[in-house]
Design a protein around this ligand. Structure first.
Ligand SMILES: CC(C)(COP(=O)(O)OP(=O)(O)OC[C@H]1O[C@@H](n2cnc3c(N)ncnc32)[C@H](O)[C@@H]1OP(=O)(O)O)[C@@H](O)C(=O)NCCC(=O)NCCSC(=O)C[C@H](O)C(=O)O
Ligand SMILES: [Mg+2]
Length: 279
């Protein structure tokens, strides 16, 4: 899991100069500068050039800077990867196997993230997550829904198996993982439901397509005041129990063991990391 908050991961088409500028002041934890699906064919090369010029000098503060390149089987993929020097990670779309990660690893020394959005990729999630150069996974729920022939439903039931397989793989191998996008960017209520579902499942954040979605995602993936308060009380109670020679404490009528303290400490660490992002 990431030590840095990745509650809100905003896609920005790298062709849009205005959006590249605007992002410097947006409350997102991470940015995906997109050279792939958000960029029209005629704009691919100019967008790559613009991004290569922008990233070394632009101040994006503490935001994680991830560049999504075109696939290595396209005209642009290889040059895209070679052009990315100043970023925190390179994101490869439509990853199908660990061999795909090998292929991009041969072109860059930057950390690698993988889009999980093909049926073969989902079936190979464990070997992809286990790749030594892989640091993050991003669910591509639009491509996945297309390839699975599913229809979008508010409960995302047709996608749950795929989402959980990737989560299992990410958790098993200590890799960061964020949820897919919510296309209806003016529907805050629907976005909140999907963010809450993703948070409950274990995702660390959500990918977003519009600045209007940031607030909902940031709130959903941050520890709530109630969670922070409970974590503090659990730690206090457990430490007292230990001093009393006990291995278990009780808080709000529920047992608290060492494993709960691991979660409580992680909750407080995340809250602190989010606070630090504001500096
Ligand atoms: C969806 C959009 C095309 C809407 O654009 P627009 O009509 O320009 O929106 P607004 O007029 O409401 O914009 C208001 C201001 O906000 C800025 N803006 C808009 N979007 C972004 C953004 N993503 N990042 C930064 N800034 C943004 C505008 O410039 C306006 O600023 P100002 O001029 O100062 O008022 C547009 O939002 C958009 O292009 N979004 C990104 C789409 C995208 O990246 N798609 C690809 C990723 S999704 C995907 O591929 C997932 C995956 O692969 C899968 O398979 O699921
Ligand atoms: Mg996609």
């Amino acid at each position: 899991m990431s030590q840095r908050p990745v509650r809100s991961v905003l896609y920005i088409p790298a062709s849009k100069e205005r959006a590249l500028e605007k992002a410097k002041g947006l409350a997102c934890d991470a940015i995906i500068f997109d050279l792939e699906d958000a960029v029209a064919i005629d704009e691919k090369v100019p967008a790559r050039t613009l991004l290569a010029e922008t990233l070394p000098t632009a101040d994006y503060g503490a935001r994680l800077r991830i560049v999504r390149v075109n696939g290595l089987d396209t005209t642009w993929g290889r040059e895209d990867v070679l052009s990315v020097v100043d970023a925190d990670a390179v994101l490869l779309p439509k990853v199908n196997s660990a061999a795909d990660v090998d292929a991009i690893a041969a072109l860059t020394t930057l950390p690698i993230w993988a889009m999980m959005e093909t049926p073969v990729g989902i079936l190979n999630a464990a070997e992809i997550a286990a790749h030594p150069r892989l640091e993050g996974m991003v669910m591509g729920t639009n491509d996945l829904a297309k390839d699975l022939n599913t229809r979008h439903r508010p409960d995302r039931e047709p996608l749950l198996t795929s989402l959980q397989m990737c989560l299992l793989a990410a958790r098993a191998h200590g890799v960061t993982i964020v949820d897919g996008v919510y296309n209806a960017f003016k529907d805050d209520a629907g976005l909140k439901i999907e963010c809450d579902q993703g948070r409950d499942m274990g995702f660390e954040g959500k990918t977003l397509i519009h600045p209007a979605q940031l607030e909902v995602a940031n709130a959903a993936f941050a520890p709530s005041e109630a969670e922070i308060d409970l974590s503090k009380r659990q730690i206090e109670a457990f430490e007292q129990a230990e001093r009393d020679g006990q291995g278990v404490a009780v808080v709000d009528g529920k047992i608290v063991e060492n494993l709960h303290i691991v979660t409580a400490r992680a909750t407080l660490a995340k809250a602190h990391a989010i606070e630090a992002m504001k500096d």
